[in-house]
Design a binder for this molecule. Structure first.
Ligand code: FAD
Ligand code: SF4
Length: 525
């Protein structure tokens, strides 16, 4: 097969499954080869859930199969037991030595460390590396850098407005925002009240085909001790499936997306969320087509402005902003620990075995599907870690390991910045802290919990509530300069010193309790 000289070895990484990418611009099937590798190290460097591993491997194998059907020659390395020490760059170096292409074509990887390692790997072999821009994204590195240069302070909202103008998304003919307002966030925070969500229709599910079933078997065999299960694996793993998932969301959930974006409900993992993040991040879907489909639904009056703007803001705004922040501030960004948090990650994050209902629901669902929606990530698991004072690096490793959509450029700013305030205020203008009463308002979790969200001391005090007041007390001085924290700090000032002492004692007990580890937890420290 490789007797004739190879011109280009086109490297396609697990999150670059896009035939329209720059890697294929000048592809010549007669002289070029595609190179793809399943590397166990990628699943081991954080203790990835079985769902996350299967998502990547199933999508990669389907992509390679589609390329082959189109007559593209693909060198594809499947994962094997025992090769967990082989890194991606080592696997590529081996192939370069054997295949000796004239040049390696690579679209810029989405992870800083991978980009650096792959850049280094081609050099010793004397092979030219042609690294190309990732056109999937709506904002280039250069555009984000100009945005940063023109501001004293970074805020997603201003970036988002610039993007809306540039892309002409939800913009009136006169150039203003559709409906007169840029942001309908205030209408995106309704709970389900006491009665719960109505008329929930199951999202379209993708029964594993032969190739995916093979992946499921491999993952269970090669990564048996990894967290989670694959019994319910039904994610879209091909472009066609991803397009079906997009249509299903637009037709059946978008019209309710906005109102209940922040709401949570027991045993209802999906609610009105799109479930499109993994398909987007692996590049099975392009953000432009997702945004266009949502805007069209508004123009055709199939969804209201608040729903559509709320959805588009996540993609045009938060998703691009997270990527911009990541590349602007790496490699130092990952070291951030503005609140000097150093507690270990509680062991129950890997099992879901806790008597706190909100965490139990979110964690069990995470391990079962590799999915939790944004508010579960931000205001249940993220909030608990922040209040407890978990070291941001440890909680970052957890988030990167557990979700099917987890890739570092989007996960890290969300975890370290938005959720843990470890970047000191780049992603979020204040720490997202709240007591158990927030969770009570936005869900029905507290109804079946043994704790009382209104109490901060005593046996049945909600751990979130105790830790919330303790957090404010511990960081009072540091947060005093932040205008947006003033109401919360004024409320703290009203708490008498006896209660403050009792809260501190109970918080210390909780920290001791959750620091206890056993054999279940894998140690990455
Ligand atoms: P929907 O609620 O339907 O939202 C639509 C789309 O908007 C998503 O598919 C996603 O592409 C985008 N989006 C929504 N919120 C964000 C956000 N805050 N940042 C960037 N994009 C967003 N998202 C990931 O894609 N990968 C991650 O690894 C990831 N880690 C996160 C870690 C933490 C601590 C937090 C708080 C959020 C994280 N998010 C991550 C963002 C968000 O939670 C997920 O994108 C979303 O829950 C995915 O579910 P969905 O597709 O149903 O999203
Ligand atoms: Fe969570 Fe506290 Fe509510 Fe229990 S009472 S579900 S721990 S917020």
């Amino acid at each position: 097969m490789h007797a004739q000289k190879i011109r280009h070895l086109v490297v396609v990484l697990g999150d670059q499954l896009d035939r329209e990418s720059a890697a294929f611009d000048d592809f010549d099937p007669r002289s070029d080869l595609v190179w793809m590798a399943e590397v166990a190290h990628e699943s081991e460097k954080v203790w990835s859930t079985k769902a996350r591993i299967a998502m990547f491997l199933a999508a990669m194998r389907h992509f390679a199969a589609a390329l082959r059907r189109d007559g593209v020659r693909v060198v594809y390395q499947r994962v094997n037991e025992g090769d967990d020490l082989l890194s991606l760059e080592a696997a590529l170096a081996q192939s370069l030595a054997t295949l000796q292409p004239q040049a390696v074509i690579l679209v810029e990887p989405g992870e800083w460390a991978v980009r650096e390692a792959l850049r280094l790997c081609a050099k010793p072999q004397g092979v030219a590396l042609d690294e190309r821009e990732d056109r999937h994204f709506l904002c280039s590195h250069g555009e984000f850098a100009s945005h940063v240069a023109s501001r004293r302070q970074l805020r997603m909202e201003y970036f988002y407005r610039e993007m809306r103008r540039k892309l002409r998304v939800l913009i009136t003919p006169s150039g203003g925002p559709e409906g007169g307002k840029w942001n309908y966030d205030a209408q995106n925070r309704k709970s389900f009240g006491k009665s719960g969500p109505v008329r929930l229709r199951e999202p379209v599910a993708f029964e594993p085909d032969v190739l995916t079933r093979e992946v499921i078997k491999d993952v269970n065999r090669i990564f048996p001790g990894h967290p989670g299960t694959l019994d319910d694996f039904d994610w879209p793993v091909t472009r066609e499936q991803a397009l079906t998932a997009l249509r299903d969301f637009i037709d059946h959930r978008l019209a309710n997306f906005g109102d209940h974006q922040d709401a949570m409900w027991s045993d209802e993992p999906w609610l009105y969320h799109s479930r499109l993040s993994a398909a987007l991040n692996l590049k099975l879907l392009n953000p432009r087509e997702v945004v266009s489909a949502a805007e069209l639904a508004y123009r055709e009056k199939r969804a209201r402005l608040a729903d559509v703007e709320g959805f588009i803001r996540q993609i045009v705004g938060w998703r691009e902003y997270a990527r911009g922040v990541y590349w602007q501030l790496m490699p130092g960004y990952i070291e951030g620990n503005a609140l000097q948090a150093d507690a270990p990650l509680p062991e129950f994050f890997w099992t879901g075995e806790t008597d706190m209902q909100c965490l139990r629901q979110t964690l069990k669902q995470t391990l079962r599907y590799g999915y939790a929606h944004h508010i579960q990530r931000l205001m249940v698991t993220g909030l608990f870690s922040l209040l407890l004072g978990v070291n941001p690096r440890r909680i970052h490793e957890w988030y990167l390991a557990v979700y099917v959509d987890a890739v570092e450029w989007v996960e890290l700013p969300n975890t370290l910045g938005m959720s843990q305030y470890a970047d000191g205020g780049v992603m979020a203008s204040k720490p997202y802290v709240a007591s158990g009463k927030y969770i009570q308002r936005m869900s029905n979790y507290c109804d079946s919990c043994r704790y009382n969200p209104g109490k901060s001391t005593g046996e049945d005090a909600c751990p979130f509530t105790t830790l919330y007041w303790d957090f404010l007390g511990r960081h009072e001085k540091q947060l005093q300069g932040n205008q947006r924290m003033s109401l919360q700090l004024r409320n703290l000032a009203r708490v008498d010193s006896k209660t403050r002492r009792a809260i501190a004692v109970r918080a210390a007990d909780l920290r001791r309790l959750y620091a206890v580890s056993s054999a279940v937890r894998r140690n990455y420290q």
